[in-house]
Design a protein around this ligand. Structure first.
Ligand code: COA
Length: 253
């Protein structure tokens, strides 16, 4: 399947660029695998001080490839998506992200694991898991309500409501909102600031601020349900409807 993740390193900054703009950077198993492997190497390489996640084109990420969802096997728990998700939860170095346009599904839930979030003015965050017959992932059922409160998190996780950049900033999901043409610069400047900090102190501080055990336990509970939901008739209807470019019909369930 087409689509790549471009991995570049400049001094202490490793950048993972989701680069599949014709499919709105929808993530395939191979792309998750590339990101996970790069993060594992980054974790082990003292020269990497910070990892930045970006998306090519007009839109950050349209979430998981829905065709891959349709083809998912019963052994989905072993898929690279969950390898990537588990790494997000355990990553010890600073993670930063720059988001333009839509960030859907994991495109939004990965932000909850980032230590610095820069949004372009047109950024729009959404997590339409229930609309797809699914449940939240990446510990978002824990981290999103903790960040913005149950009701607003429910509106996003269960109702698929879209949150615009300024609202996300006000809700505490981002550090800053910048004009679109300043996003690259803002991310690069933040990355340079992180990479100049004493790495041991940064990592110890991140470790104090996060509870990887709690996050991991929630992720595993989500993965079990998510794998079941992927095979459900509700989810199959939602995926098929997307591929056929029609509205799903849940009236029969
Ligand atoms: N999986 C597979 N293909 C996807 C995709 C996804 N998650 N998101 C977009 N694409 C494909 C479209 O099918 C389309 O392919 P085509 O050109 O072969 O027809 C192409 O990318 C462009 O998408 P399009 O919907 O025309 O772009 P848009 O700018 O009008 O809308 C989105 C962008 C992100 C709002 C819309 O594509 C969308 O809702 N995608 C699905 C998001 C989603 O539900 N993700 C899963 C979350 S768990």
């Amino acid at each position: 399947m087409s689509g790549t993740v471009d991995i570049t390193q400049d001094a202490g900054v490793l950048t993972l660029l989701m680069n599949r703009p014709d499919k709105k950077n929808a993530l395939t198993d191979a792309m998750y695998g590339a990101m996970a492997s790069a993060m594992e190497q980054a974790e082990a390489d003292p020269a990497v001080r910070v990892v930045a996640i970006r998306g090519a084109g007009d839109l950050f990420c349209a979430g998981n490839d829905i065709g891959d969802f349709l083809n998912a096997s019963n052994r989905v728990g072993e898929a690279n998506v969950f390898r990537f998700i588990r790494l997000l939860g355990s990553f010890t170095k600073p993670l930063l992200v720059g988001v333009q346009g839509r960030a859907v599904g994991i495109g939004t839930t990965m932000l909850l694991h980032c230590d610095h979030v820069v949004l372009a003015e047109d950024a729009k965050l959404s997590t339409p898991f229930v609309n797809l017959g699914l449940v939240p992932e990446a510990a978002s059922s824990l981290l999103l309500p903790a960040a913005i409160g149950h009701q607003r998190a429910f509106a996003m996780l269960a109702m698929g409501e879209v949150m615009e950049a300024q609202e996300a900033l006000a809700a505490g999901l981002a550090n800053t909102v910048v004009p679109n043409d300043e996003l690259d610069d803002a991310v690069a400047k933040a990355a340079l600031r992180f990479s100049a900090l004493p790495p041991g102190a940064v990592q110890a501080t991140k470790a104090l601020m996060r509870d990887p055990g709690l996050v991991a336990a929630k992720m595993e509970a989500e993965i079990e349900l998510f794998a079941q939901r992927l095979q459900s008739a509700e989810a199959r209807e939602a995926f098929t409807a997307f591929m056929e470019k029609r509205e799903p019909d849940f009236s029969k369930f």
